[in-house]
Design a binder for this molecule. Structure first.
Ligand code: ADP
Ligand code: MG
Length: 342
């Protein structure tokens, strides 16, 4: 017998994630009753994944469950907040028990890791689509924003951009680009590492909280490094300069360029304009350089550029290189993904 809506919720989502003392009433009523802590602001975020748009059709259910929560936790991280509660709007073409079980597992494992409780949601039939909301806390008045960066601040990133876009290219090779046979080459360890960066992104929650004391502005990279830095710069009323030579490249991506799986310029396009990395980009003022040096010494933060005064009529973000021919390529590169073009 196919699984009914209520049985499905009961079996897979009633107990998903973490039990928390601040959830007075969770899944099962018309609404959840939640008790926010005193002295904190609530941070609310929402992100939707659509099959065929945000992940390839037929992607592993566990990865879809992980990503649906991870992309939201990444937004929470970018605000410097701690996540607490989540809501899940699930639209499924059919009640495929095995799929739902794996999806719930992917969602739940990440929720447990970050002490997030699933407090409600909605379940409907239709094309596969997952909408998630997360609510988190940050001490009153100190949340990080995209605005707040100033000329002279350095621009930093929490990881190697481009890996997720490269991983996606391995998972769903573009036949039109004649890339299928080329994509099958390369050493398996690097291929696995890049695919994992797309399928199981790591929200940088711990770093986000540490940045409350250090950063002037922050954004998570979901649509492409250059484009998202442009958004931060615009919100801060500045212009951003990215030094290409300082943008870190993962050893996995470097290895697959050496093996001929990706061309050098493809790799640059993934790094600068590929989305889905969910790394944090943030700005640090001169007075906090010492604290930044500690993060750099840990090996998971890189300085990649600076904020400067915005000049009227010039773009919010420029990628600079010392190689003139490459500079022309970079200047022509679209900087991020936009669902509605433009
Ligand atoms: P209503 O008809 O009042 O909107 P539903 O019957 O749709 O309520 O849902 C019953 C309960 O199950 C509610 O508490 C709702 O928040 C929860 N719920 C429904 N779908 C999900 C889901 N996919 N994940 C978690 N909770 C869910
Ligand atoms: Mg109701």
């Amino acid at each position: 017998m196919p699984l009914g809506e209520f049985e499905l919720i009961d079996r897979f989502f009633r107990e998903a994630g973490c039990r928390r003392g601040d959830v007075v009433l969770g899944v099962g009523d018309d609404g959840a009753i939640l008790r926010p802590p005193e002295g904190f602001d609530l941070i609310a975020v929402s992100d939707t994944l659509v099959e065929g748009v945000h992940f390839p059709a037929g992607a592993p259910a566990r990865s879809v469950g992980h990503r649906a929560l991870a992309v939201n936790l990444s937004d929470i991280a970018a605000m410097g907040a701690v996540p607490a509660w989540s809501l899940l709007a699930l639209t499924l073409p059919r009640a495929d028990e095995a799929w739902i079980k794996e999806f719930a597992k992917g969602f739940s494992l990440l929720a447990l890791e970050h002490e997030v409780s699933l407090v409600g949601g909605d379940t409907t039939r239709g094309p596969l689509m997952i909408g998630v909301q997360v609510i988190g806390f940050v001490p009153h008045g100190v949340a990080l924003r995209r605005a707040g960066g100033r000329p002279g601040d350095v621009l930093c990133i929490s990881g190697t951009p481009g890996d997720a876009a490269a991983g996606l290219a391995l998972l769903a090779p573009d036949a039109a680009a004649g890339a299928i046979s080329r994509r099958a080459r390369g050493d398996e360890t690097s291929r696995v590492a890049l695919r994992a960066r797309f399928e199981y992104p790591t929200p940088r929650l711990e770093l986000g909280r540490q940045l409350l004391d250090i950063a002037t502005a922050c954004i998570d990279v979901s649509d492409g490094l250059a484009g998202d830095i442009g958004k931060l710069a615009a919100a801060s009323g500045c212009a951003a300069i990215i030094d290409l030579e300082r943008v870190p490249r993962s050893s996995a991506l470097a290895a697959l360029v050496r093996d001929g799986v990706f061309e050098e310029r493809e790799a640059l396009r993934f790094m600068l304009a590929g989305g889905d990395d969910y790394e944090l980009v943030f700005t640090v003022p001169p007075e906090n350089r010492e604290a930044l040096a500690e993060l750099e010494a840990r090996g998971d933060v890189w300085v990649i550029g600076t904020l400067v005064e915005a000049e009227p009529g010039t773009p919010h973000v420029t990628v600079r290189t010392e190689q003139p021919e490459l500079q022309r390529y970079l200047d022509a590169l679209p900087s991020s993904f936009d669902h509605f073009g433009g």
